[in-house]
Design a protein around this ligand. Structure first.
Ligand SMILES: C[S@@+](CC[C@H](N)C(=O)[O-])C[C@H]1O[C@@H](n2cnc3c(N)ncnc32)[C@H](O)[C@@H]1O
Length: 277
């Protein structure tokens, strides 16, 4: 049987996506469970050194870090030597775990989010961890003014495809083809990053692959740093599952199947902004 990563890369190659594999490419443990652990709040994350990162969450409302957040966090931690004194923007910062980690690693961090409830948790979390994060309410780069530029941008944005607005929560809904948020972010982001600027993002295999093509065309060289399988649970996403399958059959999403089960191939990607010249 073909390896899931090989199959996914063949699929991306078939769509003409330009990318490279990081020399340190790692497979992470599969995620096979609920999206958000039903944790009691606050959660103490011990894997990022001492003291643990404290995260106040609201699982009932779907607000809290999940397996995707932590894949990005582990990757970001691997770039620790690059972060001190750098500017970092987190788009869609949620409860702020990545923003807090960036600040702890020495970056000057701005986080934006459209959801006031999650932004309030991010504020509480920055304070609980004794770091300063400049949190701003609004869509993507809208709250960024003036000439602010960011050496790093971190984005774990919603990118599941769904045709109707209420088919998924705000934290997961990526528009009809799953690429809406990234598409909008690319209208402003390249102008906010210097050559050599980094865009670190999480991407599973459901959105239209043109999402990655667009990031490449916006001037970012793409490198896959980490990957894993995220197994879908029985009944998860209800009627949308048939839509995911239809998209897969039409080549607009990628699902990995084993036996009766289906998984998303998930990656943490690093885009490096090429020199305009
Ligand atoms: C998948 S969650 C990730 C949250 C956090 N970054 C993390 O990794 O735990 C996506 C976040 O994007 C936010 N979001 C959705 N649409 C947005 C928009 N147009 N501008 C900024 N944030 C948005 C949601 O409120 C949510 O907090």
């Amino acid at each position: 049987m073909q390896d899931p990563l090989e199959a996914y890369l063949d699929y991306l190659g078939g769509h003409g996506i330009p990318y490279r594999l990081s020399p340190e490419l790692r497979r992470e443990e599969d995620h096979d469970g609920a999206l958000l652990a039903g944790a009691t709040t606050p959660v103490h994350h011990r894997q990022y050194g001492e003291p643990p990162i404290v995260e106040h969450v609201d699982p009932a409302r779907g607000l809290g870090s999940d397996h995707a957040t932590h894949s990005v966090a582990r990757t970001l931690a691997g770039f620790a030597p690059e972060l001190p004194g750098r500017t970092m923007l987190e788009l869609g910062c949620g409860t702020g775990l990545l923003a807090v980690l960036g600040a702890r690693l020495g970056a000057r961090v701005v986080g934006t989010d459209v959801d006031a409830r999650t932004l309030e948790l991010a504020r509480v979390n920055a304070e609980a961890n004794g770091v300063r994060v400049d949190l701003r309410a609004g869509s993507l780069c809208d709250p960024i003014q003036g000439a602010d530029r960011f050496d790093w941008c971190v984005a774990n944005l919603p990118h599941k495809p769904a045709r109707t607005p209420d088919a998924l929560p705000l934290s997961q809904h990526g528009g009809e083809d799953g690429d809406r948020l990234f598409r909008e972010a690319l209208n402003c982001l390249p102008g906010r990053q210097p050559p050599g600027g980094r865009l670190l993002f999480f991407l599973h295999s459901l959105p239209d692959p043109r999402l990655l093509a667009r990031i490449g065309s916006a001037g970012y060289a793409l490198r896959l740093c980490r990957w894993k399988l995220r197994w879908l649970q029985d009944g998860e996403y209800g009627a949308l599952r048939a839509e995911f399958r239809r998209r897969h059959e039409a080549g607009r999403s990628f699902l990995w199947g084993a036996g009766e089960r289906e998984a998303l191939v998930c990656g943490v990607w690093l885009g490096t902004r090429k020199d305009a010249g």
